[in-house]
Design a protein around this ligand. Structure first.
Ligand SMILES: Nc1ncnc2c1ncn2[C@@H]1O[C@H](COP(=O)(O)OP(=O)(O)OP(=O)(O)O)[C@@H](O)[C@H]1O
Ligand SMILES: CC(C)(CO)[C@@H](O)C(=O)NCCC(=O)O
Length: 309
C-alpha cells in the first residue's frame, strides 16, 4: 500500500492556479502586513501557495458554519458560534509557528469581522521541574512529555465557546514553562493550533487532539534541511543572548563555551531528541493531515499534497 495513495500531489505551479476567481486577491498593504509577521517569508510563497490555501480554508470554513447551524436546527437549539480549529503539525523547527502566524494575518485580512487566534501546544509541556520528577527531562517534545489531558480539556472548552479560556506559555529562551503566567483564547471564530504533537494519538487516550480539528496541515521537509533550520535558529537564540545576556536564560550557559563545542552540542540535541522524535512520532502522523506542504531549500514550498476524500 502506498503511504500517500489517498492524496493528490500538485506541483507549485499547478497549486498556484487554485486561487478561485471570486475570492479577493492580496494587495500591497496585505503583503506589508505579511512582511511584518516575518520579513523572511517569501512573498512568492504567499501568492502561489498561501492564497490558494486560504481559498481552500474559506470553503471548509463556510461549509463548517453552515453545518454547525443546521446541526443546531436539527437539535431544535439556537445556533451558536462554534470555533473552527485548524491544526498545524510537523517537525521541530520546520516552520509551524511561522506558517501559523502567516495564516492568521491572511485570514484576518480576509475576514476583518472575525476573531482569529493562533497558539502553540508548547505551553502544555510539563515544566522542567515536573519533567525531572518524572525522569523524562531528555524526552522533551515526545508524546509523554505533554499534559495531554490538559490539551483536550482546553480544546473542549474552546469548542464549547463558553468564555475566555486560558493556556500556559512556554519560553524557548528560558527553555521552560513560564511560571504563573497564562494567555487567553477569547471566543475565537477561528483558532490555529500548531505543535509537533497535534496529529498524534497517544495510546492511553480515547479522544485525540485532532478530533477537534476542522482542517489540518502538515509541513514536511528533508530532515537534513530541517537540521540546518534548527541550527540556524539555535544560532539566532545564541546571538540574541550575547546581545543581552540574562543568566536566567537557557542560552546563557553557552556564552563562555567554545563556539565549536556549542554547535556540536546543538547538532547532538537535534539528533538525539528532535530528529528521533520526528522519525518515531511526528512523521508517522503526516498522512492524517488534509494538506501536506512540502518544503525545500530556503523554506520554499515545491509541492502540495491534498487529501482526496
Ligand atoms: N517561510 C519561511 N521562510 C524563511 N524562514 C523561515 C520560514 N519559516 C520558518 N522559518 C525559520 O525557520 C526556523 C524555524 O521556524 P519556526 O520557529 O516557525 O518553527 P517551528 O516549527 O514552529 O518550531 P518549534 O516546533 O520548535 O516551535 C526559524 O528560524 C524561522 O525564522
Ligand atoms: C519545545 C519543543 C518540544 C517543541 O517546540 C522543542 O522546541 C524542544 O525544545 N525540543 C527539545 C530538544 C531541543 O530542541 O532543545
Amino acid at each position: 500500500m502506498q503511504d500517500f495513495m489517498n492524496y493528490n500531489e500538485y506541483s507549485r505551479q499547478q497549486w498556484s492556479q487554485f486561487r478561485g476567481a471570486d475570492f479577493h486577491d492580496i494587495g500591497t498593504t496585505d503583503l506589508d502586513h505579511v512582511r511584518s509577521v516575518d520579513d523572511q517569508i517569501s512573498l512568492k510563497d504567499v501568492q502561489e501557495i498561501y492564497l490558494p490555501l486560504r481559498h481552500l480554508l474559506h470553503l471548509y470554513f463556510k461549509n463548517y458554519q453552515a453545518l454547525s447551524k443546521q446541526k443546531a436546527q436539527f437539535l431544535g437549539k439556537q445556533p451558536q458560534k462554534v470555533p473552527f480549529i485548524i491544526g498545524i503539525s510537523g517537525s521541530v523547527a520546520v516552520g509551524k509557528s511561522t506558517t501559523a502566524r502567516l495564516l492568521k494575518v491572511m485570514l484576518e485580512r480576509a475576514y476583518p469581522q472575525y476573531c482569529i487566534e493562533q497558539m502553540t501546544t508548547d505551553g502544555f509541556l510539563y515544566s522542567t521541574k515536573e519533567l525531572e520528577q518524572r525522569h523524562i527531562l531528555n524526552d522533551k517534545g515526545f508524546p509523554w512529555s505533554y499534559d495531554n489531558e490538559k490539551i483536550l480539556t482546553f480544546l473542549e472548552q474552546v469548542k464549547a465557546n463558553q468564555g475566555p479560556v486560558s493556556y500556559p506559555i512556554y519560553s524557548h529562551e528560558s527553555y521552560d514553562i513560564v511560571p504563573n503566567q497564562v494567555q487567553w483564547v477569547d471566543h475565537p471564530d477561528i483558532l490555529i493550533l500548531e505543535g509537533i504533537n497535534v496529529l498524534q494519538s497517544p495510546q492511553n487516550q480515547k479522544l485525540y487532539v485532532s478530533d477537534y480539528f476542522d482542517f489540518s496541515i502538515y509541513i514536511d521537509a528533508d530532515p537534513k534541511l530541517i537540521e540546518e533550520w534548527f541550527i540556524h535558529r539555535f544560532q539566532g537564540f545564541l546571538a540574541a543572548e550575547k546581545d543581552q545576556p540574562n543568566p536566567q536564560n537557557y542560552y546563557y550557559q553557552f556564552l563562555n563555551q567554545p563556539y565549536e563545542e556549542v554547535m556540536q552540542l546543538a547538532h547532538q540535541v537535534w539528533h538525539d531528541v528532535d530528529y528521533r522524535n520526528l522519525v518515531e512520532y511526528i512523521a508517522p502522523t503526516m498522512n492524517r493531515a488534509d494538506v501536506i506542504l512540502h518544503k525545500t531549500h530556503q523554506h520554499m514550498i515545491d509541492k502540495v499534497l491534498f487529501k482526496k476524500y
